[in-house]
Every structure is written in C-alpha cells, then in structure tokens.
Write a protein that binds this ligand. Structure first.
Ligand SMILES: [Zn+2]
Ligand SMILES: [Zn+2]
Length: 277
C-alpha cells in the first residue's frame, strides 16, 4: 500500500533508528536491522545521512548494510555517499572496520563526507538536503537534516488583485512570482534543543520524543513528548512524527500518551516494528 510520506522507519531509543525516505533515496541513520528490512531493495538507498556516530543506535547497521549491498543483485558499481558529523571520531572506527573487512572486494566506491552545519547536499534540480545543528550530546556534534524544495509563489503585494489586468497594463510577468524554499522533511534525532528556524513550516518533522513524561528524564539530552509537540506547534510544522521513544514505555503507555492526537497531523513510530507511513 502506498503511504502518504513514502517513508519506512524503525525507531527505538538506545536500540536502533533508521528512516528510509524512498522518494529521495536517502536513509537517515543506519541503526541495526535496516538491511534485513530492505533485502533486495537495498539499492534504493543512494546516500546515508548519519546524525551522530557516537551512539550505536544510529549507526549499528552500517557494516551489514555495506555487506549486503556488496553481495546483492543490483547495480553494484553505484557509489554510496555517507554524510556524518565532521568532528565525530567514532566514525573512524567504523571506517576502519569496513576498510579491513571488505578491503579490495568492495564492488562500489564509498564516498565519505565529513559534514558541518549549514552544508548543502544536492538531490535534483530543485531539491537538496541541508544540515543543521541539533543540541544533544557533548561527545560530538549531532546533525539534523532537512530536505528543501525550491518553489515559486505569487508575491504578497499582488494577492487579491486582477492579475490579467495588471499584465495587460504593462506589468512585467517576471515580477509576479518570488522564489522561496520549503522544508518538506526535517530529521531531528537526537535532540533536546533545536533552533525553530530549522523546522519552521516544515511539512514533516521527525522528532526526538524519548520521554513521554519529562519527569522520567535524568539528563538533558533528549526532548520529552510535550516539548517536541510544543516546539512543532510554535514552528507551524504540519505533520509531526513521534520517534525515538524510550524502551521503558510499553505500547499501552504510548497509546495513552498519544491517544488525543489526530492521525492527520501526527504519526507515532511504534518501537519493536517497522512503520510505514
Ligand atoms: Zn539515539
Ligand atoms: Zn544519541
């Protein structure tokens, strides 16, 4: 069944997180279990955007991913692009292991991209990914990624006016519209603070909602559900994805905490299963 946002996802705080956005062929984080899910469709991923490598739940599936991509049927020479926080030394261990494990028999090239905040990753003529800062752990930077679509709209000063008449009276057609950037997806795992400019008006924001109750949190590294929802409401996010829920909560507790949220505006990523939405 085709789902609205064309995303497959697994997210369980501390265990594993991965979000496969099919239209952009991008995998956000590569927690364990991704390759098992993707199977022969693994070539549907052209790039992996790692938020932080210092926490295994966001990168633990990378070696399996590369091994399966190397041995599956498909376009084996297609390079793989991997983006990760440039100051995250944990990635060096993964790179080293992959180099030693796969060495000369890797059939494709891995392009490793150390990434800082505010970098642009091109997708196609009017889409790109931009990296931004998430406040999370002191061990390294944590990167959020947003997919941007370049769009055009009627300038505010012409709204409600008779456009054909204006054009007839000599208005230059090129003056009608202005270009603007729309955030179609914002990936925000893991975080306890985000500059709202990075998610404002986003069509979809994938949010760290580790704690259903703020009182359960001992260290400020993750949002609580209500903090995430309040930030998204204040930033006019159109659809919120509730993710990275702590394993301390069973389905009944998650159900109770999210029962009053309209499925039109919110998606719960249930831990312990792959979610398609
Ligand atoms: Zn995590
Ligand atoms: Zn983390």
């Amino acid at each position: 069944m085709a789902k609205k946002f064309h995303i497959s996802a697994f997210s369980k705080g501390l265990y594993s997180n991965w979000f496969w956005h099919h239209p952009s062929r991008t995998l956000f984080d590569c927690g364990e279990g991704f390759a098992t899910y993707a199977g022969n469709f693994i070539f549907g991923v052209e790039r992996i955007c790692i938020s932080h490598a210092c926490h295994g739940d966001h990168i633990g599936g990378l070696a399996t991913f590369i091994g399966i991509r190397n041995s599956s049927r498909g376009d084996k020479e297609k390079p793989l692009d991997i983006y990760y926080p440039g100051n995250d030394v944990a990635i060096l261990d993964y790179q080293d292991f992959i180099k030693r494990r796969f060495g000369n028999w890797l059939t494709f090239k891995i392009n490793w991209h150390p990434t800082m905040f505010g970098e642009k990753i091109p997708l196609d003529s009017n889409h790109w990914i931009e990296s931004f800062e998430l406040s999370h752990t002191k061990r390294s930077s944590t990167i959020g990624y947003k997919i941007i679509e370049g769009r055009s709209r009627l300038r505010a000063k012409w709204k409600g006016l008779d456009i054909p008449a204006l054009l007839k009276n000599g208005l230059d057609k090129s003056q009608l519209n202005e270009n603007y950037n729309a955030i179609t997806l914002a990936y925000c795992l893991d975080a306890f603070r985000i500059d709202s400019n990075h998610i404002v008006n986003a069509e979809l924001a994938i949010m760290d909602c580790s704690f259903l109750n703020v009182a359960d949190r001992d260290e400020s590294t993750h949002f609580s559900l209500n903090e995430s929802l309040a930030l998204c409401a204040a930033s006019d996010v159109k659809h919120v994805v509730i993710a990275h829920i702590s394993s301390r909560y069973d389905n009944k507790k998650i159900q109770d905490a999210t029962d009053n949220l309209s499925p039109e505006d919110y998606t719960v990523i249930w831990p312990n299963k792959v979610n398609e939405f």
